[in-house]
Design a protein around this ligand. Structure first.
Ligand SMILES: Nc1ncnc2c1ncn2[C@@H]1O[C@H](COP(=O)(O)OP(=O)(O)OP(=O)(O)O)[C@@H](O)[C@H]1O
Ligand SMILES: [Mg+2]
Length: 307
């Protein structure tokens, strides 16, 4: 099972991802925690350096940190390397300039991050009972999940174009008889088809509630709740299942100070709103803790998450 932890910036996605992954690991599930947070907060929480290689951090719990910037650089380097062998040095400079432009164009890092996530989903799913993704704030995550559709259509167009040019070439070369053979062995087409297949697999997994679900983290505050309601609506419209809402940073009980008593009353009102907005979903409440998030506070959080 793959679980995406989503939510607005700063609500506690990274904290809840760590707590949820720890809960799964403690209940005996072999779990992989995937962090996409550029601030390396997961490393801080577990006080262990988590790298871009899968590392075991606790019994039953492995972790990896992936970054769009790094993946996009790796990808562009790979393209550069493979082109070096097939094109003449005269045009390599020009191509390098184009690659540099592509590396900084909007969407490249997202696409590279998406590719890496798909790679983990398709290649690692069988090694784990649970893969938990700590995602980027809502807007980015929604864009990321819309990518299979966008990329799928784009790659399909590229495939059609490439086929057309092969047919034209083979018509010019040998009166059009060997098109099928040319198409089958064309390296560019094979790369494109491979990519298209991967995107299709990802699309199918993302919308299969038996394989992937979403947990949304929110706080008991008006704006955050509004954003959560909207985001959940969008996800469900795309066929993505949201199974659980975690309300993080719940204030302690029995406060005496007037300010906090009134805050607590307000919180109660917002909790009602959350319960009414998500009647069909599991709702977990996590306390606002006094201390910094370290492995023992994550342990407390993990124990508080609902079964
Ligand atoms: N229940 C809690 N009690 C106390 N502090 C918390 C709690 N949950 C999160 N925090 C703190 O709030 C801050 C934000 O939490 P976290 O990094 O988990 O949020 P995030 O949603 O991942 O943020 P971002 O959108 O920037 O990735 C951190 O400093 C974290 O230690
Ligand atoms: Mg985070």
């Amino acid at each position: 099972m793959i679980t995406f932890i989503g939510g607005k910036g700063g609500v506690g996605k990274t904290t809840c991802s760590a707590a949820y992954a720890l809960k799964c690991a403690k209940s005996g599930e072999k779990t992989l925690l995937v962090s996409t947070d550029p601030a390396h907060s997961t490393s801080d929480i577990f006080s262990i350096k988590i790298s871009d290689e899968i590392t075991n951090i606790l019994p039953n719990l492995d972790a990896i940190e992936i970054s769009g910037a790094k993946e996009s650089k790796l990808y562009m380097d790979k393209v550069r390397q493979s082109l070096k062998n097939v094109v003449s040095p005269i045009i390599i400079d020009q191509i390098n300039k184009q690659i540099d432009a592509a590396s900084i164009s909007p969407g490249t890092e997202e696409a590279a991050l998406f590719d890496k996530m798909v790679e983990i989903i398709t290649e690692r799913s069988t090694d784990y009972d649970k893969i938990v993704f700590d995602t980027a704030p809502t807007g980015h995550t929604l864009r990321l999940l819309a990518l299979p559709e966008l990329l799928g259509a784009w790659v399909e167009t590229l495939i059609a174009k490439r086929k057309k040019s092969i047919i034209l070439m083979s018509m010019a070369n040998h009166s059009g008889n060997a098109e099928k053979e040319e198409i089958d062995k064309d390296p560019v087409l094979n790369i494109l088809k491979n990519r298209f297949d991967k995107i299709e697999i990802a699309k199918n997994i993302i919308t299969d509630s038996k394989k992937l679900n979403f947990i949304f983290v929110t706080n008991a505050e008006k704006l955050t709740i509004d954003e959560t309601v909207k985001a959940v609506e969008i996800l469900e419209k795309h066929g993505i299942t949201v199974s659980e809402i975690i309300v993080n940073k719940i204030l302690p009980e029995n406060m005496t100070d007037e300010f906090w008593v009134s805050k607590k009353e307000q919180e109660q009102k917002y909790l009602e709103l959350i319960k009414n907005s998500f009647k069909d979903k599991k709702i977990s409440l996590l306390p606002l803790l006094q201390e910094d998030m370290k492995s023992d506070s994550i342990e407390i959080m993990a124990d508080k998450l609902r079964e």
